[in-house]
Design a protein. Structure first.
Ligand SMILES: CC(C)(COP(=O)(O)OP(=O)(O)OC[C@H]1O[C@@H](n2cnc3c(N)ncnc32)[C@H](O)[C@@H]1OP(=O)(O)O)[C@@H](O)C(=O)NCCC(=O)NCCS
Length: 184
């Protein structure tokens, strides 16, 4: 099983028995506010979960969407990098943590290790992420990771009675390397 270790966390491949714990991390109104209602149903997450499990068996492997766990085994969320365009070494990235575990720096810690892995082992040139422009916590995470705002796409989705802008962030391999060198 693919595993990465950080100071306080274990990042590992999802296992079939993880679904309930994974689904439970999404069950909070603050977590859900930036997702459309239909993206918050059990069938929706079941489909995502099946897709994640299929990704662990791919060869060559393009997706590392990992479970984020505490050392006692509690599954607190997920973080992942996905190779979207191999020829141009472009990967997308996403992270989500259950509401009880926000505010501890767990997402930042997990994603730093994921970025090290993506840039050093997968030879990615650029990692990008998109989030709702109003999702200030997701934007703060991107900024803690040293990502830059590529731009705002206006009114890309309509749900919960309003139009939502999308913020696109990215970081390049050389930017990650110089930020990492400064931290050491
Ligand atoms: C996006 C998301 C993962 C961010 O979670 P988070 O807990 O705010 O992010 P971090 O783990 O980086 O924690 C940062 C916070 O922990 C604090 N912190 C505490 N101990 C820390 C430590 N040892 N190291 C770093 N930060 C620490 C920071 O000061 C910061 O606090 P603040 O929010 O009061 O400024 C979370 O809001 C989430 O899962 N949301 C729902 C899903 C979602 O929208 N995902 C994004 C989809 S694009």
């Amino acid at each position: 099983m693919f595993t990465l270790q950080t100071e306080r966390l274990i990042l590992r491949d999802f296992q079939p028995g993880d679904f309930e714990a994974f689904f439970a991390t999404t069950n909070d109104p603050e977590y859900q506010q930036f997702y459309a209602e239909e993206e918050m149903t059990r069938p929706f997450w079941q489909k995502i979960f099946t897709h994640i499990l299929e990704g662990t068996a791919e060869t060559p492997r393009a997706s590392y969407q990992l479970a984020i766990c505490l050392p006692d085994g509690t599954l607190i969320g997920t973080g992942g990098v996905r190779l979207e365009d191999a020829a141009n070494q472009q990967a997308s990235f996403g992270c989500a943590i259950g509401r009880p575990f926000w505010g501890h720096g767990y997402a930042t810690e997990a994603c730093r290790t994921l970025f090290d892995f993506a840039f050093e082992q997968l030879n990615i040139h650029r990692i990008y992420a998109d989030t709702k422009a109003k999702n200030t916590r997701a934007r703060a995470l991107a900024e803690h990771l040293g990502m830059q705002l590529d731009g705002i796409l206006r009114q890309t989705q309509f749900f919960r009675g309003e139009w939502w802008d999308t913020a696109i962030y990215s970081i390049l391999k050389n930017e990650w390397k110089s930020a990492t060198d400064k931290r050491r």
